[in-house]
Write a protein that binds this ligand. Structure first.
Ligand code: GDP
Length: 464
């Protein structure tokens, strides 16, 4: 961390302003060698957290008139002296500013290196650092809420509390080992049992929240399914209000899956347009049917399209029963009501008597082409999304690394519980407790290694 690093912090391409960031022990002196404030005062002689207007020089030539914001000592994002140049957003200026700084001794920052330094300098724990990346990537109210909560330390403080209690017991049990001759018990076994079951419950609750967290972070996967020509692409277009998917009259054109994202009710929905469901001998279509079922397996919401002319009620009923899962919201859409009667006829009545309310609670007549009842469909999805947005206020995990760490910790906690019931000796219990502590510690980065850090920060953008 001896080197002073530099990177463009704003997105590349021209914008009104570009921010270039320098961090490291020489940041202020390097900045003083290339920037002259109009006030005539050097940055070294200025207070921390001040902004200075001046010229940026490329060995004697003025490159830009810009602002330099300075952060001194440890009082910065990275925990090291930092200078941020806010330049005019020309790609030439950006290039020259970086070039001059490199010539003065900076080196280009790696992906996520500013945040890595913030972690290594104790400015934030590892899960907070990860939340920074999530915050930047957040694109909906709900995903923003989770990232914000995690960044403010909500989730690690809960883990750290449990970890501290467990650590306390581990030390007591280890202390017993020093007095093994005397047969003493410092660690109250009943209290220990209570603590273990408390930890187990907390871990399980967090692990359960992952399904929700994952959906919020990545969007609710919605599978649009129906026979070829049922109107799946048209529906997708109607929902998106754009001509993205290719609509055609030839059955079976939508062979590859297309994904589009739409925000409804503060939650992102990922629409997966799937090839038609149809009993067929056509090889490619067979793959399509298989794919559709795979997509349904991954989806939280199924939009099943049918129309009176092309479907029999029984095949719809059989299909819905086949793919039904408790955690799958099934919405049946009777499409093309603009050409049929549009009334709740015999067909839908049959579906209703067989499928409502056990398998689905929504049978809706729509016209994807004429935009009939698409707003009702959207509001159904918004209602569904509410459960996610409201749970985003609780502590939920959305990071698979955290999920894995919790799951590993849980395995060890269960081993300790079993060991306790079998009256295992303290030294054996201590081994499993230490393992559990290790896994819990990886979440906040209390214990970590270079490989883990490398993997985490490689996913960041450069400049963050
Ligand atoms: P997919 O194979 O399920 O993706 O079906 P498409 O979206 O390509 O639609 C097949 C045909 O049905 C196209 O000609 C659409 O214009 C037509 N279509 C789709 N939805 C409706 C609708 O609500 N009403 C009518 N009349 N035609 C529709």
């Amino acid at each position: 961390m001896n080197e002073t690093i530099i990177a463009l912090a704003t997105s590349s391409g021209s914008g009104a302003i570009a921010i270039i960031r320098i961090s490291g022990k020489d940041a202020i002196s390097i900045a003083d060698s290339i920037f002259k404030a109009h006030s005539g005062r050097s940055l070294a002689n200025s207070d921390s957290h001040t902004v200075h207007l001046g010229y940026f020089f490329d060995f004697g030539t003025v490159i830009d008139e810009c602002l330099a914001t300075i952060f001194k000592g440890k009082k910065s994002y990275t925990g090291e002296p930092t200078v941020e140049f806010s330049c005019h957003g020309s790609s030439y200026i950006i290039q020259q500013v970086i070039k001059v700084c490199l010539a003065k001794g900076c080196r280009l920052a790696k992906a996520g290196e500013f945040t890595l330094r913030a972690f290594l300098n104790g400015k934030m724990d590892l899960s907070q650092a990860e939340a920074v990346a999530d915050l930047i990537a957040s694109d909906s109210e709900a995903s923003h809420a989770i990232a914000m909560k995690q960044m403010r330390g909500g989730f690690t403080s809960e883990i750290e509390e449990l970890r501290a209690e467990l650590l306390n017991f581990a030390s007591l049990i280890e202390l017993e080992l020093d007095f093994s001759e005397e047969d003493v018990e410092f660690a109250d076994r009943n209290q220990f049992r209570t603590l273990l079951s408390k930890i187990q419950k907390a871990i399980k609750r967090l692990m359960d929240s992952f399904a929700t967290g994952n959906v919020i972070k990545n969007g609710v996967p919605v599978a649009i399914v129906g026979k070829p020509n049922a109107g799946k692409s048209t529906l997708l277009n109607a929902l998106l209000n754009e001509e993205r998917a290719i609509v055609s009259d030839i059955a079976g054109t939508t062979r590859d899956t297309i994904e589009e994202v739409l925000h409804i009710g503060g939650t992102a929905f990922r629409f997966i347009d799937t090839a038609g469901i149809r009993e067929t001998s056509d090889k490619i279509e067979e793959i399509g049917v298989k794919k559709a079922k795979e997509k349904i397996a991954q989806a939280n919401v199924l939009l099943y399209l049918y129309d009176e002319l092309d479907n029999h009620p029984q095949e719809v009923i059989d299909f819905v029963k086949e793919v039904y899962r408790e955690d799958l919201k099934i919405i049946l859409l009777h499409n093309k009501v603009d050409v049929s009667s549009g009334e709740f006829g015999e067909f839908d009545q049959k579906l209703k008597s067989e499928l409502v309310p056990k398998y689905t609670d929504i049978i809706l007549g729509i016209s994807a082409k004429e935009n009939i009842n698409i707003d009702i469909l959207k509001s159904e999805l918004a209602t569904y999304a509410e459960s996610f947005t409201s749970s985003a206020n609780n502590i939920i995990i959305s990071n698979s690394r955290h999920y894995e760490a919790l799951s590993n910790a849980l395995t060890e906690i269960i081993k300790v519980q079993e060991g306790l019931e079998m009256n295992l000796s303290g030294d054996l219990l201590a081994i499993d407790i230490r393992e559990a502590l290790y896994h819990l510690g990886t979440i906040s980065g209390e214990v970590t290694n270079d490989e883990v850090l490398g993997n985490i920060f490689a996913n960041f953008c450069i400049g963050k």
